[in-house]
Design a protein around this ligand. Structure first.
Ligand code: TRP
Ligand code: SF4
Length: 329
């Protein structure tokens, strides 16, 4: 049986952090074992927010791929490629744009939400409204069966599914499977200030952070505010450091932390030092792989060139089918 096709992507807007690891990359790495995976650098989508200042996108794209490889995305098993290097994405997006009702895009909850949230940037662009159409093109070009995404992307995926049905209805051609979402659990991890972990809040622990800065960031984490002295018993359940222990260490250790916190046996500084060690340990293999990649000049470029070739072959075939269905020359 041919393995089902998976496609996912990320926008190269800055360094990846623990939220990406837990919320997406760990899942991607697992999927590689029994799926035909396509992982895409969504640089055109990044342009949506960064069009006024696109000069970081190239560097961010390379860095992001290095992060992926460091996490265990395997270029021998998966196809890693850059969206803008496959012109068929733009081609299919233009075609799909003809059949998507404008009202559907305006009613997209993700669109309305972002319009409300994003400040300081002019997002009243055609590309912003059409973001889900380009995303549909990404998915359909490779006829993906499954799309691992976070909850925030479900609305976009629903538009993709509607486009598939509309295409089928209009042209009586069954080119595209209706893709399913593989819902990745919302990243359970908060930033060091307890807000959602995000580059724009400056509260993230990055996958590429050196050990010292992991330690520094952990030391600056907010703990139980009522625990002023070591002799004050703490409330681990309201402490973010404790939540991190829950994510990154085993039951026994979590129990131990709870014990020394509620029993006022150890101070927060010690507790944080222990956590920083655990995180550093968790990130060490990533750092080692990152070092290996850095020692091989041109390695990433080579991987992307191979990915481009593989993606391109699939994309060309799909566009040919679409053109036939639409009676285009
Ligand atoms: N919109 C996605 C995000 O911001 C990135 C993305 C672009 C994507 N194209 C995709 C995700 C196709 C899944 C499938 O996270
Ligand atoms: Fe949080 Fe640890 Fe301090 Fe308790 S001892 S409040 S778990 S940092």
């Amino acid at each position: 049986m041919t393995p089902s096709r998976v496609l996912s992507g990320m926008r190269p807007t800055g360094p990846l952090h623990l939220g990406h690891l837990l919320g997406a990359l760990e899942n991607w790495v697992k999927l590689q074992a029994d799926h035909d995976c396509f992982f895409m650098v969504a640089d055109l989508h990044a342009l949506m927010g960064e069009y006024e200042n696109p000069k970081e996108i190239k560097k961010n794209s390379i860095e992001m791929v290095i992060d992926w490889l460091a996490c265990g995305i395997d270029p021998e098993r998966s196809t890693i490629f850059v969206q803008s290097q496959i012109p068929e994405h733009s081609e299919l997006a233009a075609i799909l744009g003809m059949i998507v009702p404008l009202g559907r895009l305006e009613r997209n909850p993700a669109y309305k939400e972002q319009l409300r949230q994003i400040q300081g940037r002019d997002l009243m662009t055609y590309g912003f409204l059409g973001y889900p159409v380009l995303q549909a093109a990404d998915i359909l070009l490779y006829k993906a069966h499954q799309v691992p995404v976070g909850e925030d992307q479900l609305a976009h995926l629903e538009i993709t599914r509607e486009i598939v049905r509309r295409f089928r209805f209009l042209y009586k051609k069954d080119i595209f499977p209706e893709p399913e979402s593989l819902l990745t659990k919302e990243a359970r991890i908060l930033g060091i200030d307890r807000r959602k972990m995000s580059k724009s809040y400056g509260n993230a622990i990055n996958l590429s952070d050196p050990e010292e800065s992991v330690h520094k960031k952990v030391q600056s984490m907010i703990t139980d505010p009522e625990r002023v002295k070591v002799t004050d018993p703490g409330h681990p359940d309201i402490c973010n450091v404790y939540a991190y222990y829950g994510i990154f260490s085993g039951n026994r250790r979590v129990q131990e932390v709870q014990d020394w916190c509620t029993g006022a046996k150890k101070g927060c500084t010690d507790c944080k030092r222990g956590l920083a060690d655990i995180l550093a340990e968790r990130l060490r293999p990533l750092r080692e792989r990152r070092g290996k990649i850095a020692n091989e000049p041109g390695a990433v470029e080579k991987i992307l060139a191979k990915g481009k070739e593989k993606a391109s072959a699939v994309a060309r075939q799909t566009i040919a089918e679409v053109k036939t269905a639409l009676n285009l020359l």
